[in-house]
Design a binder for this molecule. Structure first.
Ligand SMILES: [Zn+2]
Length: 88
């Protein structure tokens, strides 16, 4: 599945706004095989964050007031998203 995400990570408020607007949110995973973005589900959203979270892209609707400055790195664009498997 191909998804396009905003380049800037969002904080918890930004994520809530994105979810309420029907945009998915995604987290960035790094491995020696490269970067992957994984869709976030309610159990991911409720857990403490270990990775930057990016909203699904929606033209003209940046969430720049809710940038998460914890993470310095911007997202790679057009990465391959993996289907997330529930952890149970
Ligand atoms: Zn756009």
């Amino acid at each position: 599945m191909k998804v396009q995400i905003d380049p800037t990570p969002v904080d918890a408020v930004g994520e809530a706004l994105a979810v309420l607007a029907g945009r998915g949110t995604y987290e960035l995973h790094r491995s020696r095989h490269g970067h992957q973005i994984h869709a976030r589900y309610p159990w991911n959203i409720a857990a403490p964050r270990k990775r930057p979270v990016y909203p699904g892209h929606r033209c003209g609707q940046p969430l720049t007031h809710h940038t998460d400055h914890t993470w310095a790195q911007n997202a790679p664009q057009r990465t391959q998203a993996e289907q997330n498997t529930p952890p149970y």
